[in-house]
Ligand binder design. Structure first.
Ligand code: RFL
Ligand code: PHB
Length: 392
């Protein structure tokens, strides 16, 4: 059995783990990343696409945003539609801020490349199985790498291993309370080689269900449809997907080859404690938001900023305040993002029969949006991302 040591052991090479490693490296703090998937798998996993200005600023400060600025698309507004009526939310006018469209897998590629260049070790296909000694001087991550059992001893563990990882399961059950909503609908998402014939994202409520038109570039569209939780991808031919998207969005689309399609359940989930002893959770390991607010990756980066600042203060001056208050610092933002993501989900999805009390309230919210700049501003400032400082 091989035993190694580092300052911060990180489980997971998603946006959380990679960003943490790079923030620490900038201040000379050593880390090792343990990732159970292959590099190819991680770099091609299709997920998020929308970055807040806060997230872009973090990547600028890490010197990893050159390609993001070259290939990313800056958006100054988006549309919210309701059965054919349309309201633009003007981010620029309402908040003087923008968002950037850039695929999560592209960020992950850029971050892995930067880790490589800065000699941060990433062990791919290394499966973390247990975290022990959380209350001792050194914590230990147990993992299997190339069929060999190994350990990594470290001062701290970054539990950046997503919703299905081991970090959250390692927290003592009595140390947290869990909150969750499982929505009665899912998203069928596609990527297609076609030129988008819309310039900004369109969130569309339709009596037959929600649709979202997004994009990745001038050649690739990213589109989503609300489907039932028990629906199967086999039920959706390419033709049926395009027909339904056009119907719900109320516009013709440039159809092209669909090269990725999958169904994702929608849930809100969080725990109200993100640390125990030497273990700190960040990103999807601690919370999931439904994607309607485009917030999951952005929230992960906000957690990581708090964790990195706490670790840097500890290593630079022995000050443990940032680490002790880590959960508290994160939770106020997590609750805000949970509320916004839940709000956008209920605003845009078909949940009850048209004409019911709930659906009339939903329509009334949309009508209010068309007459109130204050309401639009509330949506815009959450959507582009409230400043980090607002939660400090
Ligand atoms: P990740 O990306 O899940 O990474 C966790 C990593 O840990 C590894 N792992 C392990 N490694 C070693 N040992 C173990 N035992 C391990 N267990 C797990 C996994 O292989 C993985 O590589 O979590 P992280 O880093 O916290 O990042 C979170 C984001 O990925 C997520 O929040 C976003 O993708 C959510 N999301 C969106 N976020 C946005 O900010 N903007 C968006 O526009 C947006 N759109 C979306 C989304 C998520 C979606 N899906 C598919 C859930 C759209 C969709 C459809
Ligand atoms: C995406 O482009 O994948 C995307 C954009 C906005 C969302 C969710 C996903 O709210």
């Amino acid at each position: 059995m091989k035993n190694t040591a580092t300052q911060v052991g990180i489980i997971g090479a998603g946006p959380s783990g990679l960003t943490l490693a790079l923030m620490l490296e900038k201040k000379g703090i050593k880390s090792v990343i343990i990732e159970n998937r292959s590099r190819e798998y991680v770099e091609n996993r299709v997920r998020a696409g929308l970055l807040e200005h806060n997230t872009v600023a973090v990547y600028d400060s890490l010197g990893v945003s050159e390609r993001l600025h070259k290939e990313g698309l800056v958006h100054h507004g988006c549309y919210i539609n309701y059965n054919g009526e349309s309201q633009r939310i003007d981010f620029e006018k309402l908040t003087q801020k923008q968002v950037t469209i850039y695929g999560q897998q592209e960020i992950v590629k850029d971050l892995i490349q930067a880790c490589e260049a800065r000699e941060i070790p990433i062990l791919f296909e290394a499966d973390a199985t247990e975290i022990t000694n959380l209350e001792a001087e050194k914590a230990v991550i147990h993992f299997t790498y190339k069929e060999e059992k190994q350990t990594l001893s470290c001062d701290f563990v970054g539990g950046c291993d997503g919703f299905h990882g081991i970090a959250r399961k390692t927290l003592p059950k009595e140390s947290y309370k869990e909150y969750k909503i499982e929505y009665p609908f899912s998203w069928l998402g596609i990527l297609a080689y076609s030129k988008p014939n819309y310039e900004e994202l369109i969130y569309a409520y339709h009596s037959e269900g929600f649709a979202l038109a997004s994009l990745r570039s001038q050649k690739v569209c990213r589109l989503y449809l609300q489907v039932a939780n028990d629906d199967l991808i086999e039920n959706w031919s390419d033709e049926k997907i395009w027909n339904e998207l056009e119907h719900r969005l109320g516009m013709e689309l440039n159809r092209g080859e669909i090269f990725e399609k999958s169904i994702t359940p929608m849930r809100s989930f969080m725990i109200d404690n993100m640390q125990y002893g030497r273990l700190f959770l960040a990103g999807d390991s601690a919370h999931i938001v439904p994607p309607t607010g485009a917030k999951g990756l952005n929230l992960a980066v906000a957690d990581i900023r708090n964790l990195a600042n706490g670790l840097i203060a500890y290593y630079q001056s022995g000050n443990e305040d940032g680490l002790e208050n880590y959960t508290k610092k994160c939770l106020s933002r997590v609750w805000r993002v949970q509320d916004f993501s839940n709000f956008m989900t209920y605003l845009c999805h078909k949940q009850s029969e048209e004409g019911s009390f709930e659906s009339q309230l939903q329509k009334s919210k949309f009508d209010y949006l068309t007459i109130s700049e204050a309401y639009q501003k509330t949506i815009a400032e959450n959507y582009v991302g409230l400043p980090f400082e607002a939660f400090e």
